[in-house]
Design a protein around this ligand. Structure first.
Ligand code: 5GP
Length: 213
């Protein structure tokens, strides 16, 4: 958390299959100030996924209604489905001082960057493209067609990496978790993440100088 009362907003993106989910799970277990935002999606649940835990699984109509009511902080299409971040939860948690993690793809990350310039954007990669293909195939959750789509999408996403603040390679899980945590900590020291602190310091200084004049 930065040295203001408000928690950080952290975007974790990465190629599908790069191990973002596992890294997030481990971060949440190790560091209690992190909290994960649960997204809405129109994708069908995979085996073992529970509504309200991995995602809020909703219909296209319900998704459109959320957009119309401005209830989503960002949203994007990804491989034939819609995904979006509920705004309310993020704001409430940040205001309560929690560091909120969004596990989202690159289009959504770009929207967050625009709307929340102090957000911390981290991109997770596998050590190589071959390793990515291997992990997607071995995961066994997607059909060969879906895997092909996810790999093509990776070609698009790689072009967005320069817009992130940090790139972490997930070769060894424990190291990747620590690298992500350290990157978040250090990026929380940027002036844009410390605006509240700088503003209150400036006010204090102006008060002191006013009295001394
Ligand atoms: P999956 O179908 O594998 O669960 O997710 C597909 C992609 O959508 C992943 O890259 C995931 O990070 C991203 N995603 C999940 N939730 C959101 C969201 O709320 N907004 C955006 N923009 N992307 C999301």
């Amino acid at each position: 958390m930065s040295q203001t009362n408000k928690g950080s907003l952290i975007v974790l993106s990465g190629f599908s299959g790069a191990g973002k989910g596992t890294i997030v799970k481990s971060l949440l277990e190790k560091y209690p100030n992190y909290i994960l935002s649960i997204s809405c999606t129109t994708r069908k649940p995979r085996e073992g996924e529970v509504d309200g835990r991995e995602y809020f699984f909703i219909t296209e109509e319900a998704f459109t209604e959320k957009i119309e009511k401005d209830e989503l902080l960002e949203h994007a299409r990804y491989v034939d489905c819609s995904y979006g971040t509920p705004r309310d939860f993020v704001e409430k948690m940040r205001n309560a001082g929690r560091d909120v993690i969004l596990e989202i793809e690159a289009q959504g990350a770009a929207i967050i960057r625009m709307k929340c310039p102090d957000a911390i954007l981290v991109f997770i990669m596998t050590p190589s493209a071959q390793e990515l293909e291997k992990r997607l195939t071995e995961r066994g959750t997607d059909s060969p067609e879906k895997i092909a789509k996810r790999l093509r999408r990776a070609e698009e996403e790689i072009k967005c990496i320069p817009d992130y603040d940090a790139v972490i390679v997930n070769d060894d899980l424990d190291r990747a978790v620590e690298d992500v945590h350290q990157a978040i900590r250090v990026l929380g020291w940027r002036p844009c993440s410390r605006q509240e602190l700088i503003r209150s310091f400036a006010e204090g200084l102006s008060g002191i100088n006013g009295k001394r004049a």
